[in-house]
Design a protein around this ligand. Structure first.
Ligand SMILES: [Ca+2]
Ligand SMILES: [Ca+2]
Length: 88
């Protein structure tokens, strides 16, 4: 009966949250992206931090709608929304 236990354990692992992530991702907001980009966690993305994302660098001035050379979460989310539209 040990074999059955092993099978059950494997099924449990397979259905853990890590496996769920691939299912049903039609329109998921990604709030963590901003935190990932904001390396020094000062609440804005500097041009240096934006260098992680080449397409963000290319559009930095466009995305930075108030022209302070920093992207707020709001500005970055607008960029993300546009990027989603483009990738269609
Ligand atoms: Ca920052
Ligand atoms: Ca700005």
């Amino acid at each position: 009966m040990k074999k059955l236990l092993t099978t059950v354990a494997m099924v449990v692992i397979a259905s853990s949250p890590a496996g769920v992530a691939t299912a049903g991702t039609t329109e998921m907001p990604k709030p963590n992206l901003f935190e990932m980009m904001d390396i020094d966690q000062d609440g804005v993305i500097s041009q240096q931090e934006a260098a992680e994302d080449q397409s963000l660098v290319n559009e930095f001035t466009t995305v930075d709608s108030d022209g302070d050379k920093k992207l707020t979460k709001e500005e970055y989310e607008q960029y993300l929304a546009q990027a989603v539209k483009k990738s269609g």
